[in-house]
Design a binder for this molecule. Sequence first.
Ligand SMILES: N[C@@H](CCC(=O)NCCCC(=O)O)C(=O)O
Length: 253
Amino acid sequence: MRRPIVIVPACTRELGNHPYHAVQCKYIDAVVQGAGCAPLIMPALGDASDFETALAVADGIMLTGSASNVHSSYYQQDLRDPALPLDPARDATTLPLIRAALKRGVPIFAVCRGFQEMNVALGGSLHQAVQEVEGMMDHRENPADTLDNQYRPKHPVDLVAGGLMQRILDGASEIVVNSLHGQGIDRQGKGIAIEATAHDGLVEAFSVPGVPFALAVQWHPEWHLMQNPDSLRLFRAFGEACRAYQKQRPEPA
Ligand SMILES: N[C@@H](CCC(=O)NCCCC(=O)O)C(=O)O
């Protein structure tokens, strides 16, 4: 049987003098080596996207991180800091894709910005600057640090007892995760189930019960994936869900 196809929506980036649709290599590598699936990059075409065709061949969706923020207008707030990067084309592609995929039961694994997109797609909102919220830690990385330092394990998260993530992680009650985000969940989206929280109370992972597999994490399990047994378990579980979905998905006409 062929490998399951995992749709990976792209970001838009300016490289040199030209605009690109782009996905970081570590996400593509994680889909291949961690989930054992075949990645298919989906350009950020927004309203011009052919969601029907993408979902007809998709056995899973991987929503990546990105330095850009989901535009706050999607959760009815004014933009707090227009100097921070945005990616309207990605927003206009991933938010409807998430809703359509959940309706079909296509497995989804979401990381960092992808985690935030899922919460907003389900009607939730974000803290636009977590570090400015009373009692919250600063969850951002130091951009002047080396990449290894930026992605090193930063803080513990408590796993919800009996949750999907705890089951995937063999009953662990706490893991230590990296942290590279300035935004985070404020109002929870409709139907999400919290899977992990930081010690300041910020939601760090959630699932969407009632669909075969939808898991979103605020940290970066794709970073040095093969050296992190917990991260590998998460991507393996996603790959298993994609294989199960593939078996029952009708072949596209
Ligand atoms: N912009 C959002 C999400 C942050 C995020 O995804 N950071 C990772 C960027 C690089 C990578 O994909 O590893 C926020 O600041 O909260």
